[in-house]
Ligand binder design. Sequence first.
Ligand code: UAG
Ligand code: ATP
Length: 513
Amino acid sequence: MSVTLQSAATLLYEHHLLREIIAGDLWTMNPADVDGSDVPFAAVTYSTKEIVPGSLLFCKGRFKPEYLDGADGNGLAAYVATSDMGAYTKAPGLIVEDASKAMALLSAAFYGYPQDEMTVIGITGTKGKTTTSYFTHAMLSAASGGKAALFSSVDNCVDGHTFVESDLTTPESLDAFRMMREAADNGMQYLVMEVSSQAYKVSRVFGLQFDAAGFLNISPDHISPIEHPTFEDYLYCKRQIVRNTNALVLGEDCEHRNLIEDDAALDGVPVTTFAEGHADASVVAMPVDESHRRFAVTAFGQHVGDVSLAIDGDFNYANAAAAVALVAAVGLTVDDSMLEALGSVRISGRMEEFHDPSSNTLAIVDYAHNYASVKALLDFVEQRFGDRHPVVTLVTGSAGNKAYDRRAEIVEAAQDRIARLILTHEDTDTESILDVCKTMLASVTNEDLDARIILNRTEALETALNDARAANDPEHLQVVLAIGKGNERWVKVENRHVPYEGDDRIVERVFAE
Ligand SMILES: CC(=O)N[C@H]1[C@@H](OP(=O)(O)OP(=O)(O)OC[C@H]2O[C@@H](n3ccc(=O)[nH]c3=O)[C@H](O)[C@@H]2O)O[C@H](CO)[C@@H](O)[C@@H]1O[C@H](C)C(=O)N[C@@H](C)C(=O)N[C@H](CCC(=O)O)C(=O)O
Ligand SMILES: Nc1ncnc2c1ncn2[C@@H]1O[C@H](COP(=O)(O)OP(=O)(O)OP(=O)(O)O)[C@@H](O)[C@H]1O
């Protein structure tokens, strides 16, 4: 679908976003006054580095006008910004109230509203978004012969089978609509996407209506100057998904459930619920025995089948129940092939277990990195290995420059349930990771806990593993939990990727020695 300066101005005006158009000395509300206003834009971009002749540029976020240096020479056709950039470019400007919202609206138009050609499912929550997205994607793939796309914080997939590492949990709106176009052109019938609170905060999904949405759970996280000022703001942003979906799947045990149900009632959105371990919800996963290795799934009072997931943890059965409810919410009947697909999903770096062949040691590489997930992981260790008297070493850090609340909360969730805490490197921008580790160490109140900092992550994990192996105690299973990095092969320093061997590979290497 072509977008011109005229059609862009009209769309922005209809959404109360257009302030005026500025082209040199001309200030106007009539785009036809501007030369070339009926010429379709050749491309859309939010980076001056990607301008090609005929581009429409969105100046959003922390954009600096000096980035426009050279833009005219590269063929900038027009820009969208919240202020006049006329001192830096000769291109006409669509001056708007909100550049991110404008980018979402115009990108959807530029790519021809690809969301209308697929059934789109959005998934939010503090924990389990990625896992539930993979589960839902697998079931939809099974139902459609592989015609399901996925946007997740681990990988994006626009053709049903090629997975490409992603950058953000929810892509920038322009990237999202571009990838949706590719997915639709590839014949995808479904799209499952993770929706972060940040996506609503900075309007990455503005104007996108989901066919069904999952709201899994909520607990404090992501509070920092670059994310949310308060928990209220975090929850408020997440709640926006309820206003933008045709059907809602909600965690039966979700905190603030009443408020989320109020949102749904106000907008007339039908709600189904899911739960693990108790029978009050529309979709329920119940352990069939004490091993918790197989769960019976019931939907709307009917037994759908039994599932044994390839990844452990009761919380993953809650995620599986959510996936079943989402698939049902878009009108599909869950069959055996879909349950089989659900059961075989593995997600790199999440709940990966490694048993040392030469000692009584188990290592788990997982992506837990806040209170709720660390608690869920330790609950799992207790439930599954409690009879082997586990002695737990936790190797963790916490991200720099964001989610400040996590630092104390990870310690709080773990300190009375583990024997040893090794604080180490995690992703950071400008903040010193040593300072992050020191903050975490200072929040340890359990005097019996062996807590220390080993900044080099490779050394930290090797130390934990070698000490566990050396314990050589048949009465106590040594458990090393390496969390927060999953299978990432890099650590961010100054927000740049620095190569890192990977927690899983380090475990494999040490266990092979
Ligand atoms: C707060 C936020 O949403 N920040 C994102 C946002 O930053 P920004 O718009 O300010 O971009 P910027 O990099 O400062 O640059 C400003 C603009 O100038 C442009 N530019 C820059 C240089 C240049 O020469 N020319 C130019 O045009 C850039 O393309 C950009 O559009 O847009 C950037 C891409 O355009 C993102 O990389 C960046 O995410 C940062 C890195 C980030 O860490 N975001 C986190 C908080 C985030 O979004 N997390 C959530 C939740 C994760 C979870 O649940 O676990 C997520 O969805 O991933
Ligand atoms: N339903 C759940 N409840 C509590 N913890 C969970 C749940 N699902 C997963 N976890 C834990 O959280 C970690 C991250 O899971 P997942 O990647 O699915 O969540 P996410 O919401 O995408 O996380 P993030 O946004 O922080 O990347 C897992 O490795 C596991 O430890």
